[in-house]
Design a protein around this ligand. Sequence first.
Ligand code: COA
Length: 177
Amino acid sequence: MYPPQEFTTDRLHLRLPRHDDATAIFAAYTQDPEVTRYLTWRPHKSVDESYAILDLILKLWRDGEVFTYVLTLKDSDHPIGMIAIHPDGFKPSIGYVLARSHWGKGYMTEAVRGVTDWLLRQPDIYRVFATCDVDNPASARVMEKAGMKYEGLLRRYMIHPNISEEPRDCLMYAATR
Ligand SMILES: CC(C)(COP(=O)(O)OP(=O)(O)OC[C@H]1O[C@@H](n2cnc3c(N)ncnc32)[C@H](O)[C@@H]1OP(=O)(O)O)[C@@H](O)C(=O)NCCC(=O)NCCS
């Protein structure tokens, strides 16, 4: 599976990240402790960390290991978040993040649904899944609204270092065909 370099949904454009997105993603969300609270990484302390993560994201694209898209509104090139596809044979997973200024408008549901629907149209893909921290109901709701079904509690599954050094319980959601 090699996904397209861009997607469009009703209101969003999903495009390849660029090195020069760093200042915009730093200002929009990578430094925001509220956005990163339930994620696997700590808020960026300087824009240099955002440049470094973009370089890693571009390397992972080139190596076919993780396919991460920048989200923009359709009439803008300005990054408001990201969504990533982690390939794993017939069962890729996805992860996502959105700037706080854009929460609550259905944008991430739209992005997750668009990517999930595309993945499940690929002949060799049968399952698309995502997980979230047990205390992140907004993310659980996104998965549910995007068409995934709750499959269960994954105990001590992921470390979310902004909450605890110990692995956290997570919720598993998946869409299948
Ligand atoms: C989780 C996140 C991606 C949601 O993006 P979004 O575009 O605001 O999501 P949507 O608007 O599509 O849907 C959010 C849903 O969660 C609901 N919600 C928000 N906060 C909630 C809460 N504390 N408890 C219960 N539901 C909540 C909203 O009401 C909405 O559901 P509704 O349409 O039924 O009312 C965004 O909040 C985010 O980036 N958070 C930080 C990073 C993160 O947690 N990423 C996911 C890691 S698994």
